[in-house]
Ligand binder design. Structure first.
Ligand code: EPZ
Length: 418
């Protein structure tokens, strides 16, 4: 098992290149299945989730060439194949295979998703969409079985604003006969990214990024080339780490508009932020004001940044409140932060955070973003003790080259297997 060791007390200084977005990559790789010919994807993050999806596409008959952050996916020989277990169980985003295979072959059998398990993560809205498009969906023996003689466009209202359901329904609807309307759709930038790829393949999608998406089905989709957008959650994590260590960091290759909410909150705390066209400079300050944060759907403050933000809020004077309106209980990092001296009370979907110094300890990451909260906590402890962090496999799912990037910024962090 691998561990991360972090000797804190060193301000992060320098520039970090942000990779392509994980939450785009895990959707655009399955989306490539829909193309009859070769798809080239650039700026993919080199993380374990992308590796697993590449293996899955190969199991389905694709030939995939990987050159650093590029995948060349030859789809001509792909065949429909049930995947009730195996690799599909290793990540939650394997559910995108349902929409892609349903759109391409009219059928899909996919084992129920795995991945981050901070709370039950239902897919009822995905299933509601597939059934509205004319598919028969069964949940048997731990797998979702989907069949459709013919996919027909439909009007689908999402009861919950769901990133996954919005993208999954969009994937299947590209090949449905007629027009599909997704109402109460999620508006995350990753949804626009997937729609951009699909339209480059010949799909007819309008309104991605708004609450109503219109998809006019087409009979076939062709290969294309697409560059994945930068990872706003990875960028936000480094911005928060720079503020927490009172450093001076430029996050490069970002879309500042995608980071508006975290930029605004950091400024409210007293962090100095300078926005350029494709980069943001974060200059930490000796003292921070307490702030209240509400994690909401986009363009609100991202729920994926609430865990790292909790760590920073322990460094502010006074009491802060963080409320997550997307998930009911995404607080697995809080007992671990408490082991480091954090004074946080969880009340329902809110965490009440009292400013307090953090001390090194042995802690465990239970999910990807909890891991981010904990490595940032290790970085902002005083340097005479070393924080030991397990659960590194979660962190590797979403943060490409984390140790190298942090060491290049001056952090004293290393990995050790034992
Ligand atoms: C995506 O998950 C992201 N994952 C998550 O990031 C992110 O936290 C989440 O969106 C919210 O922004 C990927 O993109 C791979 P949802 P997703 O469907 O699509 C409920 C990370 O750390 N819901 O938008 O699974 C659900 O329980 C990961 O990178 C239903 O009730 O999230 C949640 O409360 C973690 N029924 C809310 O909606 C459904 O059918 C939002 O979930 C689907 C969702």
């Amino acid at each position: 098992m691998e561990k991360l060791f972090i000797a804190g007390g060193k301000p992060l200084r320098g520039t970090v290149q942000i990779s392509g977005a994980k939450n785009s990559a895990v959707a655009v790789v399955p989306a490539a299945i829909l193309a009859e010919t070769t798809v080239v994807l650039d700026n993919l993050p080199q993380i374990s989730d992308v590796g697993i999806l590449t293996e899955i596409l190969t199991e389905l008959g694709a030939t995939v060439e990987q050159n650093a952050d590029q995948l060349v996916i030859h789809t001509e020989a792909m065949k429909s194949k049930p995947m009730p277990d195996g690799n599909v169980k290793k990540l939650r985003a394997s559910y995108y295979l349902m929409g892609a295979l349903l759109g391409k072959f009219g059928e899909a059998t996919i084992g129920l998703p795995g991945g981050c398990n901070f709370e039950p993560r239902p897919i009822d809205q995905h299933i509601k969409g597939f059934e509205a498009l004319g598919a028969e969906v069964k949940n048997e023996h731990g797998a979702i079985h989907i069949r459709a003689k013919e996919l027909r466009g439909a009007k689908i209202y999402l009861d919950v604003v769901s990133v996954g359901a919005t993208i999954n329904i969009m994937l299947a609807a590209t090949k449905a006969k007629g027009v599909t309307l997704i109402e109460n759709a999620a508006k995350e930038p990753e949804i626009i990214d997937v729609a951009t790829l699909l339209n480059a393949m010949g799909a007819k999608i309008k309104g991605a990024g708004t609450e109503t998406i219109r998809i006019e089905g087409v009979s076939s989709l062709q290969g294309c080339r697409h560059t994945v957008i930068p990872d706003r959650i990875q960028a936000g994590t480094y911005m928060i780490a720079a503020a927490a260590t009172r450093g001076d960091v430029v996050v490069d290759n970002v879309i500042p508009k995608h980071l508006e909410a975290v930029t605004a909150k950091l400024q409210e705390m007293g962090v100095h932020i300078y926005e350029m066209d494709e980069s943001i400079r974060v200059v930490g300050q000796p003292e921070y004001q307490s702030v209240d944060v509400k994690a909401l759907v986009y363009p609100g403050f991202a729920t994926d940044l609430q865990s790292p933000m909790t760590t920073l809020m322990t460094q502010a004077k006074g009491v802060s409140i963080l409320t997550d309106y997307v998930y009911n209980n995404r607080f697995q990092h809080i007992p671990e932060l408490a082991r480091m001296g954090a004074k946080i009370k969880v009340e329902g979907r809110s965490a009440v955070i009292e400013g307090s110094p953090l001390k090194a300890a042995k802690v465990k990451a239970a999910d990807l973003r909890a891991g981010a909260a904990l490595f940032i906590a290790g970085l902002c402890c005083s340097s005479d003790m070393v924080t030991e962090l397990t659960g590194v496999e979660y962190i590797d799912r979403g943060y490409e080259n984390l140790v190298t990037n942090l060491r290049n910024l001056g952090a004293d962090i290393w990995r050790q297997s034992n």
